[in-house]
Design a binder for this molecule. Sequence first.
Ligand SMILES: [Zn+2]
Ligand SMILES: [Zn+2]
Length: 451
Amino acid sequence: MGHGVSCARTGDEHDFFRAAQLGDLDALAALLDADASLARRATLYDRLSPLHIAAANGHLEVLSMFLDRGARPDAVDRHKQTPLMLAATHGNIGCALKLLQAGANILMFDSVNARTCLHHAAYYGHVDCLEAILSAARTTPVADSWGFARFVNVRDDYGATPLHLAARQGRPECLQVLLEKGAIVSALTGSYGFPGSTSLHLAARSGSLDCIRKLLAWGADRLQRDSAGRIPYAVALKRNHGACAALLNPSSAEPMVWPSPLKFISELDPEAKALLEAALKEANREREKNILKGTKYSMSSPTRHDDIIDDEDACSEVSDTELCCICFDQSCTIEVQDCGHQMCAPCTLALCCHNKPNPTTLTLPSPACPFCRGSISQLVVARTRTPSDPDKPASPTSPQLTQRQSRRSRNLSEGSGSFKGLSSAISKIARGSSRMAGSDCGDMDKPEHDP
Ligand SMILES: [Zn+2]
Ligand SMILES: [Zn+2]
């Protein structure tokens, strides 16, 4: 990339830009003391300001010095690129933050492809810079003039959004952040790639399995066609990305999708979210294993191995929690606020996946707690309940607890088969309720003889 210092007009200028490139603060200060006007110069050909050079090379001290001396954070070079765009391109997060702090405009477009700093961060995969820019977008005037959602989906000259670029370049972390901030998963490109491509087409082209997994989990459509009439599956096949093609094959099992009502629960508790995401990943890993079984792609990748280790850690942490009352298979790891009802992460996901948008209003009903039907506004990590817990006494505020404990012990004593436990619990509940009307409930858990 042409961020060098060639074509300076005078010897002093050359020394000056050279010192900026090297981050030589002392030399810069001496040169500026001799000629303060150097700070306003730019390189002859590329029109790089000292700020551009410092940002591209990650020299935070130099950058700060120029800003302190009044350099304009939004100076543009020959390609109308700002220092912030160069910091985002090269992943120099310190410089990016400093420029944002100094009021750098995030809504500037370069003259190459009309891309913003957000496009550059997504394209080059610098997720820290991407997050810093998005966080600035919430507070700077851009939020008022453009709106945050529009900024996240800002298009370049070819109709590519930052999400399209992240998918094309195989940047799963950037993809994830953009999706969480409201990037539209079904957006079509203008003339970028094949016209009418979705991010899923572009991920299929790059052969990034991780991007494809994330897009599918976010509800990307495997059947959407680009202007050439191709679905993402055909794109992956053409590029010989066999494992990607297997996941994109419309005849393979439907992926489990991150439940859309949860997307809009504001500030979903980070720990609960991590548990739900792990459950989703696990469900889709199982599905993937079945899809890839018997193909040459079935061997497990190193990243998959790491995931399994993580999951084992998570399991040992929650081993003391109650058994989920819905599936009788997994531990309760998620708790509904404020009713305090608990269930496992896979059941929480399944519950929320049943909510389809209202066809007339297109609004999403918020998911309801399966125990009390109260609407779920927040999910947190389930706390282990012990009799000594002062906040959550075993009774009377948690009527389910004693039942749950007895079901759990019965389930364990009958073996770990979840179906066995489930059928036993159902028959027990049926017997209990038929008996409930006439007798006291106290002997519900006592052994009894069938009539
Ligand atoms: Zn469950
Ligand atoms: Zn509840």
